[in-house]
Design a binder for this molecule. Structure first.
Ligand code: NAD
Length: 202
């Protein structure tokens, strides 16, 4: 089944809300309660969740733990995803520190072309030279590439990630990549979020 990016985004939001509820010791919730608590639409929640099977019971609501587990499976979060970060500067290093080896998203490799950084230890990693990318991907089983290089180095490193067998790329560099159809790219740009936010301050 093809799921739109908007639906995927909403499912992630539901999951975040459900985790908060689980932590607060809530075991059962109706779509209306979920909507009221987190400022969502109950109709939208019911419609979204109904697409993927029977998570709830009419009049009884959703079992929070079961729904959380179901959404995890649906979003592919019931397994670990291994990340290779190319560009171990400020941002790449911060990501490596933040996404340790045991989480759902784990940075398993950090690469750079600066000989002063290659071989240094950072959090749980030893920085490797970016020319070693194919071997590093094979050794670590990384499936997601993260680009934290300057804009003018983004396309060439994206292509290197594709050749190395990476299956999807998160791109932080302010560059429009020409993506290979088999290896989707998701751009992240804090500036865009800030611009959206500033619009509401007008
Ligand atoms: P940085 O200069 O600290 O780090 C960049 C790293 O990339 C350096 O370690 C450098 O040696 C390495 N590098 C340069 N060319 C390379 C190449 N050809 N191959 C491999 N490694 C190479 O920069 P930063 O502050 O960490 O930012 C990294 C990127 O992320 C920049 O493009 C920046 O504009 C972008 N950025 C994006 C956001 C966002 O919201 N998307 C926020 C901050 C920074």
């Amino acid at each position: 089944m093809r799921v739109s990016p908007l639906t995927l985004h909403r499912l992630s939001v539901y999951l975040r809300c459900l985790r908060q509820m689980e932590e607060a010791g809530v075991h059962r919730v109706s779509s209306q309660e979920l909507a009221d608590r987190f400022d969502l639409s109950a109709t939208q929640i019911r419609k979204d969740l109904a697409q993927f099977g029977e998570f709830g019971i009419r009049g009884v609501g959703y079992d929070v733990a079961r729904l959380t587990e179901g959404l995890h499976r649906l979003l592919g979060l019931d397994q670990q995803h291994r990340l290779a970060v190319v560009g171990m500067g400020s941002l790449g290093s911060a990501l490596a520190r933040h996404l340790g080896p045991d989480g759902t998203f784990a940075v398993v490799a950090g690469l750079d072309n600066d000989p002063r950084k290659v071989g240094t230890r950072l959090a749980h990693l030893e920085v490797r030279h970016s020319s070693e990318l194919p071997a590093v991907v094979r050794e670590t089983g990384a499936t997601i590439g993260v680009l934290t290089v300057p804009a003018d180095a983004a396309q060439v490193n994206y292509e290197a990630l594709v050749v190395a067998g990476i299956r999807a790329v998160l791109n932080f560099a302010p560059a429009r990549l020409k993506p290979n159809r088999a290896v989707p790219v998701k751009d992240v740009d804090f500036r865009i979020n800030l611009e959206e936010l500033v619009y509401f301050l007008k």
